[in-house]
Design a protein around this ligand. Structure first.
Ligand code: HEM
Length: 466
């Protein structure tokens, strides 16, 4: 079907390689940011083989892609690089295979489902806070980002898989995820990505990283099969039967599901928390308010959903950080049939890439877009926002299943950390971004702690051996 519409504007690109040299020079993140700055909300890049990437940074375009015409914007081949590490799973599957997986996982992620996980989340946070008190309370510098990755990994392990993910196994899977994501990211931006079977240096590194991940995840599954961790999402997956065929997930399907939950469930939330401390180092007033709220909240006690009602400013801070520094800045799709977005022709077969980062800083929809203002997310202010101008978790049926999980986990971690410590980051320290599909700082973030005077005695939260 041919449709009307203007051609998308964009740089010429060179024959055969298109804009791939720009990708290689600037990285994917900068390429999209500069593309929108130069060509507007709807623009395109040329890709090898005559294809294009249509980049969209307007809420109307987002609404059409994620809701109105969502069947025309599928995950499709655009997700092949990520399928390389995670196979077919809740994030990468489509159609009936996706719907079944979503139904299976959904109960664990409703508010009632996440409420059951709060106690375990709280004890993981407390264990980290106690360890920080022992190791870093004297003000010695430490890598905050690494600590937060270890925390979110441990929370996923305990809450979703019923196992302890800590120590060398978790560290080596963390490194393997990093390596795999950056290689996959580079493959996505490369003009030619050779099949994994060809032993190029980067393919060999990817194969090693995948072997480490498979080993770690298979060990987690074996522990769950042996009865560790009852009543978890993993135990539900172990017993699940396909509604059409009656078949259970086979060993590879199960492994691919667990790898994806492991990855999606920890890296993004750790990144949100890291950006939060980074932003707060530049916003002392917001930080003061946060400390006061953490003290007022009455936590620690048993963690229940009511706790989060007493932490509204903490939520607003996190929402504003998600606006300015969305951990998932690109939401990509494959276009099935020609379409028109914002008056521009979007051809079948193109990649359509929602550039959430630019959308979140769109001056028509955000006043002083670069300013850090958590008050934008006060209840009364939210209703004035365009629903599709704010998409840290995307929207529509494929919206992030873990958004309540991530927000509650982050509120809890932030409040409990700040009741005990002032976390100091050097606001002048240079920031380099990682070459990754996740928008995060590269090479760690150095922080120092200052202990805060206890407002409720020394027993803030039951510590666990770390
Ligand atoms: C701050 C933290 C997080 C951010 C920013 C984030 C962001 C996103 C985004 C942008 C998507 C893509 C939606 C799309 O393609 O339209 C997504 C999907 C998904 N996320 Fe998250 N996420 C976060 C935390 C989590 C957590 C904690 C979990 C699990 C424990 C999780 C599990 C998933 C899954 C399974 C999907 C695929 C859902 C589907 O296609 O049905 N995420 N997330």
């Amino acid at each position: 079907m041919s449709v009307e519409g203007r051609a998308l504007p964009g740089p010429p690109g060179i024959p055969v390689l298109g804009s791939m040299l720009t990708f290689a020079r600037r990285g994917v993140f900068d390429t999209f940011t500069k593309l929108h700055a130069e060509y507007g909300d709807f623009a395109r890049l040329r890709l090898p083989g005559g294809k294009i990437a249509a980049a969209i940074a307007h809420p109307d375009g987002a609404e059409r892609i994620l809701r109105e015409r969502r069947h025309n914007y599928i995950k499709g081949p655009t997700y092949d690089p990520i399928r390389l590490i995670t196979g077919t799973n809740l994030v990468t599957a489509e159609g009936a295979a996706w719907a079944w997986r979503r139904r299976l996982a959904q109960p664990a992620f409703t508010r009632a489902g996440v409420a059951k996980l709060l106690e375990a989340m709280g004890s993981c946070v407390d264990a980290m806070v106690e360890r920080w008190a022992r190791r870093y309370a004297d003000g010695r510098p430490f890598d905050l980002q690494r600590e937060l990755v270890a925390l979110t990994m441990r929370i996923v392990g305990r809450t979703l898989f019923g196992v302890e993910l800590a120590g060398e196994g978790a560290e080596s899977s963390g490194r393997a995820f990093d390596a795999a994501l950056s290689i996959v990211h580079a493959r996505g931006a490369a003009s030619v990505a050779l099949p994994l079977a060809i032993p190029t240096p980067s393919n060999l590194r990817l194969r090693r990283a995948l072997a480490t991940l498979h080993q770690e995840v298979e060990a987690i599954i074996a522990r769950a099969r042996a009865g560790e961790g009852q009543d978890t999402l993993l135990s539900a997956l172990l017993h699940a039967r396909d509604p059409e065929t009656g078949a259970a997930l086979d060993a590879i399907q199960l492994r691919d599901e667990v790898i994806m939950l492991y990855l999606a469930g920890h890296e993004t939330t750790a990144t949100l928390l890291t950006w939060t401390f980074w932003a707060l180092a530049r916003a002392p007033e917001a930080m003061e308010e946060l400390l006061a709220e953490a003290d007022r909240s009455g936590d620690p006690g048993p963690v229940t959903p009511e706790l989060f009602e007493s932490l509204p400013w903490t939520r607003q801070v996190l929402q504003e950080v998600l606006r300015l520094h969305p951990p998932a800045p690109l939401v990509p799709r494959t276009v099935v049939e020609d379409d028109v977005l914002g008056g521009y022709r979007i051809p079948a077969g193109a990649h359509a890439v929602l550039h959430v980062y630019t959308l979140h800083r769109h001056p028509e929809f955000w006043e002083s877009p670069a300013a850090f203002r958590p008050e934008r997310f006060a209840d009364a202010a939210i209703s004035a926002q365009h629903r599709y101008a704010y998409l840290p978790f995307s929207a529509g049926p494929r919206t992030c299943i873990g958004n309540t999980f991530a927000l509650w986990e982050s509120q809890l971690a932030l409040a409990r950390i700040l009741r005990r410590f002032v976390v100091e980051l050097d606001p002048r320290a240079p920031l380099r971004l990682a070459a990754s599909t996740i928008h995060r700082p590269a090479g760690g973030v150095t922080a120092r702690l200052r202990s805060r005077p206890a407002s409720d005695g020394a027993t803030r939260g039951a510590a666990e051996p770390a």
